[in-house]
Design a protein around this ligand. Structure first.
Ligand SMILES: C[S@@+](CC[C@H](N)C(=O)[O-])C[C@H]1O[C@@H](n2cnc3c(N)ncnc32)[C@H](O)[C@@H]1O
Length: 288
């Protein structure tokens, strides 16, 4: 297998078996990301939707607009956007049964005619040039194996002046201690992610890909209630997992994936609370 096939296979092995866990976390929103607790946000569901709103901030999306959601989970954001703005939304993931789940969700939410879900690896993103007014990555840039190549693909897919918005997991600037490096490795290994970029490194890449009007917002402090909530969940899940025999944990794919889910959740959430990781929004415009 090639390194790319291995990496994508690992994503499928992980995400393909934690669908119910993510859906339980998402409180009916089907948003598989950290919530953003702006002032006035009272619940996890609201915080998850606040992240969706942050992601489209400043994008002009009327009914004729086209958006692409890269790494769409089971369609929480894509269906929310289609309903909220009435635009056409295409969405991709590498997990085939998530496409089926997303199509069902679109039917339930009455937006099936405005949503199109497909199995596609973002590392091989192909699209007719100039198709989209907005491309978004919500906690998925961290899966692009060659970020320079990925951003070039996104740029080609955008109309002139189209926008690329992302919310991503990132790492603080400066050299890390041994403990911090281990925390980073554990988070990436558990969740099948590539090594995280610091925001300045990401900005250099985005500008290097030819994007203009690049801006960045650090929302780490506003994700901390989600981080604390996830740590509480990890305590409960770890107690449950520690009562099971090792042989069963290895043999049952759902349990092996749950163990990774919890290890990644603990590492990234603790790292956010300790300032090792930074939760970051990026906004950029294609030239033209
Ligand atoms: C943390 S979840 C975020 C899901 C969604 N963006 C959201 O915010 O609810 C990461 C998603 O990225 C998808 N993903 C990971 N690697 C991918 C790849 N190479 N191509 C397409 N999707 C990928 C996973 O299947 C999963 O749905």
């Amino acid at each position: 297998m090639t390194a790319r096939a291995d990496a994508v296979d690992d994503v499928i092995r992980y995400y393909g078996h934690v669908t119910d866990n993510y859906n339980a976390y998402a409180d009916g929103t089907f948003g598989w990301h950290y919530g953003i607790w702006d002032p006035g946000v009272r619940s996890n569901a609201e915080a998850l939707l606040t992240s969706n709103r942050r992601l489209i901030r400043g994008a002009r999306l009327d009914e004729g607009a086209r958006a692409l959601d890269v790494g769409c989970g089971v369609g929480g954001f894509a269906t929310w956007l289609a309903r909220e703005r009435g635009c056409q939304v295409e969405a991709i993931t590498v997990v085939p049964h998530h496409v089926d789940a997303a199509r069902e969700l679109a039917l339930e939410r009455g937006v099936a005619a405005r949503c199109r879900f497909r199995v596609m690896d973002m590392n091989a993103l192909v699209s007719p040039p100039g198709r989209f007014d907005l491309v978004v990555n919500q906690e998925t840039v961290m899966y692009a194996l060659d970020k320079r190549d990925y951003l070039a693909r996104v740029r080609r897919a955008l109309v002139p002046g189209g926008r690329w918005h992302a919310i991503d997991m990132s790492i603080r600037t400066g050299s890390l201690s041994g403990a911090e490096r281990r925390m980073h490795e554990l988070a990436c290994r558990s969740w099948a992610m590539t090594p995280l970029l610091s925001p300045p490194a990401a900005i250099r890449l985005i500008r290097g890909a030819g994007f203009e009007d690049v801006s960045v917002e650090d929302v780490t402090e506003r994700t901390l209630p989600s981080a604390r909530r996830i740590l509480e969940y990890c305590d409960v899940a770890e107690r449950h997992l520690s009562a099971l025999p090792e042989v069963k944990l290895r043999a049952v794919p759902e349990l092996a994936a749950l163990r990774r889910h919890v290890a990644g959740g603990r590492a990234y959430s603790l790292g956010l609370l300790q300032g090792v990781f930074r939760h970051t929004c990026y906004y950029a415009r294609a030239p033209g």
